[in-house]
Design a protein around this ligand. Structure first.
Ligand SMILES: C[S@@+](CC[C@H](N)C(=O)[O-])C[C@H]1O[C@@H](n2cnc3c(N)ncnc32)[C@H](O)[C@@H]1O
Ligand code: SF4
Length: 445
């Protein structure tokens, strides 16, 4: 492990689930232009390919103080009905815009905590969505579950609705760390939720783990990973803890003196990565590991891996629609994000307007550089598009030269590939194509 490199690249870099990333988006995009973008994208081709649907379910029963997601903490479950009605009304708004009933290829329930909702309410939601759509022959439904409140009844109901993939937030299994992050989640709960998902028929179980949390050290990380690997998750997302107390007020409760240093954090990453590799997992890229039996590994090997707001995905749909609080949509030409205010969300939907608050319409330059970023993130390789020679010379090639000197990439004529040493720095290689970020950084100098 190169300590110098760890320190040099110890700067926050986006995860590139979109390009341009959210800081470049405008505050309130024109709703009319957004509707036109949807109509434009729903041509015959996309009707046949199917769409990806993301539904954000924001409620959680208790606050994990490290959490950077959009959530509302409550133990009052009467919020479920109103929220589901609003999401279904939002879906109807889009149905009214589309020339054909959409075909759903991929559906993901994220949060917050989707399993906060009762099995009956989840059923009402999914049936309400599917009533207005058709299903792609190779559809894929997935959900984020909390091990503390995912019950066998949830799993059976979800399986019956067509869900085959579940992702559990495991984070860290040490009681000392769990106390410090306010997420008490005994190993037995993770074990039970995993066993029950498999017994219910789920074919892929993912665990989210985080490194860089307070009081984590190599021994504690090893304990979390070894206990997790006993349960043999099909995939693991091994996230770097993003500490942004300026943005997330609950993170201000974290004792910063207990956070691992940048060098320790990189040691945690390398140690964790080695444990996954030794156990037969493959590093798919950007914090994701998968067993060779998992579909994600298979598409990665075939070179057809894709990336969108849900992270890595096996489905390459060109149209992703997000419903619910803070949800993001992507038509290929435009991004929009819904409001993060629950009151505003309810008000917009009730008045018959999409609840969008931020967005961005991509230029041809954006589309070209997004292709490079996706190539690097999904296949560690890209071929430079010389149509954009001026931009490449001014921004990307100097950044790549720097990365090449550090041994992280290889550049030969128009071909750019990541080296083995470059793998942990994948986001920094993507950054070489992020003209928005590079221009912003230059303006600040
Ligand atoms: C929105 S959460 C949904 C999972 C579910 N609510 C749970 O906690 O079990 C998705 C994942 O984001 C990750 N996450 C949340 N906050 C993070 C942060 N500040 N840094 C890194 N990862 C974070 C966690 O691993 C979490 O499982
Ligand atoms: S980590 Fe999951 S359960 Fe915890 S606050 Fe965030 S979204 Fe809710």
């Amino acid at each position: 492990m190169h300590t110098d490199l760890a320190l040099k690249y110890n700067t926050p870099v986006p995860r590139y689930t979109s390009y341009p990333t959210v800081p470049s988006w405008q505050d309130i995009p024109d709703p009319k232009a957004w509707k036109t973008a949807i109509e434009r994208q729903m041509d015959e081709d996309n009707v046949q390919k199917g769409i990806s649907l993301y539904i954000h379910l924001p409620f959680c029963e208790s606050l994990c103080i490290y959490c950077g997601c959009t959530k509302r903490i409550t133990t009052n479950h009467s919020v479920e009905e109103e929220y589901i009605s609003a999401v279904l009304a939002e879906w109807q708004l889009y149905i009214d815009l589309l020339p054909y009933p959409p075909m759903i290829r991929e559906l993901h329930l994220g949060g917050g905590t989707p399993t906060f909702f009762s099995p009956g309410n989840l059923e009402r939601l999914i049936k309400g969505i599917l009533n207005k759509a058709t299903l792609h022959p190779s559809y894929s439904f997935s959900i984020e579950g909390h091990p503390n409140n995912t019950t066998r009844t949830h799993l059976d109901a979800l399986y019956g609705l067509g869900f085959r993939r579940i992702s559990y937030g495991v984070q860290d299994l040490n009681p000392e760390v769990q106390q410090l992050i306010h997420r008490i989640q005994p190993l037995e709960n993770v074990q039970r939720a995993t066993d029950e998902a498999r017994a219910a028929g789920f074919s892929s179980v993912n665990f989210d783990l985080i490194y860089g949390l307070p009081a984590q050290n190599l021994d504690r990380l090893q304990y979390t990973i070894q206990q997790s690997l006993h349960l043999r998750p099909d995939r693991v997302a091994f996230y770097s803890y993003a500490h942004i107390p300026e943005v997330s007020s609950s993170q201000r409760l974290i004792d910063e003196s207990l956070l691992p240093s940048p060098v320790q954090k990189l040691e945690l990453y390398h140690h964790g990565r080695q444990l996954f590799m030794d156990a037969g997992y493959t590093d798919i890229g950007m914090d994701h590991f998968a067993l060779p039996t998992d579909e994600l590994y298979q598409v990665w090997r075939d070179g057809s891996l894709h990336r969108n707001f849900m992270g890595y995905t096996v489905q390459k749909s060109n149209f992703m629609l997000g419903l619910g609080l803070s949800a993001i949509s992507d038509t290929g030409y435009a991004y929009v994000q819904n409001t993060k205010s629950l009151r505003e969300y309810y008000r917009s939907i009730a008045s018959g307007e999409p609840a969008i608050r931020k967005g961005y319409f991509l230029t041809p330059e954006d589309r070209a550089f997004r292709r490079h970023i996706l190539d690097i993130a999904c296949s560690a390789y890209t071929t430079l598009d010389r149509t954009w020679e001026t931009q490449l010379r001014e921004w990307t090639l100097p950044a790549l030269r720097d990365l090449e000197e550090d041994g992280l990439v290889r550049v030969q004529d128009d071909e750019v590939s990541l080296t083995k040493e470059g793998q942990p720095f994948l986001r920094h290689v993507c950054k070489a194509f992020d003209l928005h970020l590079l221009r912003r950084l230059f303006m600040r100098v």
